[in-house]
Design a protein around this ligand. Structure first.
Ligand SMILES: Nc1nc2c(ncn2[C@@H]2O[C@H](COP(=O)(O)OP(=O)(O)OP(=O)(O)O)[C@@H](O)[C@H]2O)c(=O)[nH]1
Ligand SMILES: [Mg+2]
Length: 492
């Protein structure tokens, strides 16, 4: 039997992470959830029941299931009262036990997807889970696409699109800050902000429409100044939200940060200090690090993807030379460079050469080994890298590290401390729509300020309203919705 047995398709997937675990969950959603659960699950001890009885209830008579549910999708299956967890066994077509498990049926519409749902809690064994999923499919479920449960929740109005996207952020959150941001968005903080902005736009559009319809009623006539003020207030709010996107993306995806400098200045020591782990080999021999090494550090809640590199210098050693080439490649991909030099020695041509490569790039300069004296000064490094913040540090004595962490956080938040109550855009799709809306509002403002017709600015404001709607998933095409949910993992 196949999906056609249940009009909207009943989907199933293993929802827990692959690997060994105490418990693993097979999740089912759709009208077939109840009958499928009845078909694969025996309550109580299957061993005590006659094998024949189990066999008899098996769904190779698939039609019987279809017939039984065509008009009773919302009914709890026999033996499965709504939302009551039952103990029993998953059994195969011959009545053999696949696993001992707990199972629950949840009646629509008060479920995650808004459809009838069922869950089978097996042991967290990939074999037991796969076999259980096979049984569930044999009983009529189709394999779920990645994100399909959440997509159904969206299509059934359980979540708006921004909230649905927060689910994936939440699953992928690696730091407390990423987690906080996702939880807030799931709770609807961003959606509320978008809705409020749309209301404001709609209010303004209504006032403009009234003005255009009854221009002769002077007492209600709007002045260009009034309209411009209202538009610019909306524009400012859009700008603030748009601006938060860079930080938001970094919170979710991490900041690609590369530690560069000539050999032996303490790059690997710095990597270890930021990771709070002896991850990389440190020796007094120049040229110790020969390969690029990437690890993620949690710095003030920001996932910082650090790359330690081989010290860049001309070398006759072919292995080190490959490392130097890799360093140069990593250098070019960095979103932030940490340039390290030795404070206890005068700057050399090698330092100057590396600094020249970093010209115009976002960079923080560290003068390490301050415990050994000051032969090169922060001012000198500042001369080479005018855009850089320059910090003195001694990794040996543990000074200056906190300043560097502050500097990294400042770089991400552009000096504005991330406040917990702030709504931050974490999603490139939202960022794009927000930028489009901002441009439309900007255009409307220009028109009004230049004495153009309200009608013309009205068109731009309408467009902005539509773009904002796209964030929460209003009036979006199927292709965009599919693309959003394709980012999800299986079983969610
Ligand atoms: N006195 C002093 N020594 C340090 C300090 N930081 C690092 N060192 C020492 O400097 C030497 C080189 O450190 P590494 O971290 O291996 O330097 P690196 O830049 O990774 O070197 P390469 O991998 O060879 O490019 C080691 O002996 C460290 O113990 C510091 O702040 N003060
Ligand atoms: Mg090193």
């Amino acid at each position: 039997m196949g999906s056609h047995d249940f009009p909207h398709g009943t989907i199933a997937a293993i929802s827990t992470a692959p690997g060994e675990g105490g418990i693993g969950i097979v999740r089912i959603s759709g009208e077939g959830s109840g009958p499928i659960l009845e078909a694969v699950f025996r309550r109580g001890s299957a061993r005590l029941e006659a094998g024949a009885a189990i066999g008899a209830a098996r769904p190779e008579a698939g039609a019987a299931i279809g017939a039984g549910t065509s008009d009773s999708g919302a009914c709890a299956p026999l033996g499965f009262p709504d939302r009551l967890m039952r103990h029993g066994h998953v059994v195969d077509g011959e009545g053999r036990i696949v696993d001992e498990a707990l199972a629950v049926f949840m009646k629509a519409p008060k479920t995650y997807t808004g459809e009838d749902c069922a869950e089978i809690h097996c042991h967290g064994s990939m074999m037991a889970l796969r076999k259980t999923l096979e049984m569930v499919m044999a009983a009529g479920a189709e394999p779920a696409e990645p994100g399909e449960f959440t997509k159904r929740a969206f299509l059934n109005g359980k979540l708006d699109l921004a909230q649905a996207e927060a689910v994936i952020d939440l699953i992928k959150a690696k730091t407390e800050l990423a987690y906080d941001t996702a939880i807030k968005q799931l709770d609807g903080a961003l959606s509320q902000k978008i809705r409020a902005l749309r209301e404001e736009l709609l209010g303004l559009l209504a006032r403009l429409a009234a003005d255009l319809d009854y221009p002769e009623e002077d007492e209600t006539a709007l002045t260009a100044e009034e309209v411009a003020d209202s538009i610019s207030a909306i524009g400012d709010k859009l700008e603030i939200l748009r601006d938060s996107e860079d930080a938001g993306r970094i919170i979710n995806e991490g900041l690609r940060t590369v530690i560069v400098g000539k050999p032996n200045v303490g790059k690997s020591s710095l990597m270890n200090a930021l990771l709070r782990d002896n991850r990389v080999i440190v020796t007094e021999i120049p040229g110790t690090t020969r390969d690029t090494i990437e690890e993620t550090a949690n710095i003030r809640g920001i996932p910082v993807r650090l790359t330690d590199t081989a010290g860049i210098r001309d070398t006759g050693d072919p292995v080190e030379a490959i490392g130097v080439e890799k360093s140069k490649a990593a250098f070019n991909e960095a979103e932030l460079l940490i340039f390290v030099a030795d404070m206890s020695a005068p700057l050399e041509d090698e330092d100057r050469g590396i600094a020249a490569r970093a010209a115009g790039r976002p960079v923080i300069a560290v003068l390490n080994k301050s415990d050994l004296g000051e032969s090169s000064s922060p001012a000198e490094v500042g001369g080479l890298l005018p855009q850089a913040r320059v910090l003195a540090m001694s990794l040996k004595e543990g000074t200056g590290l906190a300043d560097l962490e502050d500097a990294i956080a400042d770089f991400v938040f552009k000096g504005k401390a991330a406040r917990r109550e702030d709504v931050i855009l974490t999603n490139a799709r939202h960022g794009r729509l927000m930028a489009l809306a901002r441009d439309e509002v900007g255009e409307a403002l220009r028109t009004v300020r230049e004495g153009g017709s309200f009608e013309l600015s009205e068109l731009n404001l309408r467009q902005a309203y539509e773009f904002l709607g796209g964030v929460i998933g209003e009036a979006l095409g199927d292709d965009i919705i599919d693309e959003v949910f394709a980012r999800f993992c299986l079983g969610k």
